[in-house]
Design a protein around this ligand. Structure first.
Ligand SMILES: [Zn+2]
Length: 300
């Protein structure tokens, strides 16, 4: 069968389809409570005890008519499932990407589907606690709940990327201008008071002709990259190698870059290439390191 695009006869058109939707007695009552009282209500089967939100007039277990058995449930609940919407179409309430979650409200036994906000897409998870945020303006619809906001149980520390989240090609950088003060402070920290770093007259006698920073000072600028950005908080660096290519002069602006170049599956470590350049884009130093990313089980 020939399915080549060019051979197909395609007519593009549009159909307008006006319609009205009636929420019905049960749905209307539910929406009115949302709109007028900012209260989420469900229907409870007195036979089996199940509370349905969104409400339904017949219990799907006992087939009891429960149309008048209204109960209040909390505005808070737990995410029991979710999907991330990336496909864009004109009828969506918000612009993708966004999270469509199933939220089981406290006091309910069935989940309701709604938009979940307040968490990075990569950190979205089943079990997160959420709270309903009501819309400022009513639309007489389920969108009278604007969205569910992630609350509480937020991690005390935002740990960096786990091994699974890291990909070859990811990179991060940190930039700092090295001042005379930095060099003096570093001399104090390291105990290295070598006059080539501190005494201009002595430094004139060296091949550099002026004072230069300690090599380990620009090198240390990779620490905020590895420890705070990539992989980030919780990372351990068991090995780092550096080759110095050019001196760092006072006033130089150094950029330290780390890039993931290899994932070591067996150990769940990554290898990163490291580069230090100055404001003239000259290579100051280069090297590599092994990084142990924050363990996934720490990511609560
Ligand atoms: Zn029942």
């Amino acid at each position: 069968m020939n399915t080549a695009k060019d051979d197909c006869f395609v007519v593009k058109g549009k159909l307008a389809l006006p319609y009205q939707y009636f929420a019905g007695k049960t749905g209307s009552r539910f929406i009115i409570s949302l709109r007028d009282e900012h209260k989420i209500r469900g229907l409870k089967c007195e036979k089996c005890g199940k509370v349905f939100v969104p409400p339904r007039s017949t219990c799907d277990i006992c087939f009891e008519n429960i149309a008048d058995k209204w109960v209040d449930v909390a505005n808070t609940g737990t995410v029991t499932g979710f999907t991330i919407i990336r496909y864009e179409e004109p009828h969506q309430p918000v612009k993708p990407p966004y999270v469509l979650g199933l939220v089981k409200l406290d006091g309910a036994d069935t989940p309701i589907a709604h938009i979940v906000k307040g968490v990075a897409l990569s950190k979205m998870a089943v079990g997160l606690k959420v709270k309903a945020v009501f819309a400022k303006k009513t639309t007489n619809s389920i969108m009278d709940i604007d969205h569910f906001q992630v609350v509480g149980d937020k991690p005390k520390f935002e740990l960096g990327y786990s091994y699974e989240e890291l990909e070859v090609g990811m990179s991060a950088s940190f930039t700092k201008t090295i001042s005379e003060t930095d060099v003096y402070l570093f001399a104090g920290i390291s105990g290295d008071f070598n006059p080539m770093h501190l005494n201009e007259e002595f430094a004139k006698l060296t091949p550099f002709g002026t004072r230069i920073a300690h090599g380990a000072l620009p090198q240390s600028l990779i620490a905020p990259v590895l420890g705070m950005k990539l992989p980030g908080l919780g990372t351990v660096i068991p090995e780092i190698t550096v080759k110095f290519r050019k001196p760092t002069y006072f006033g130089d602006t150094i950029t330290a870059v780390g890039e993931v170049v290899e994932k070591i599956e067996k150990k769940k470590w990554v290898r990163m290439e490291l580069r230090w350049t100055n404001q003239k884009d000259e290579l100051v130093a280069e090297g590599s390191c092994l990084a142990i990313p924050p363990a996934a089980f720490l990511k609560k």
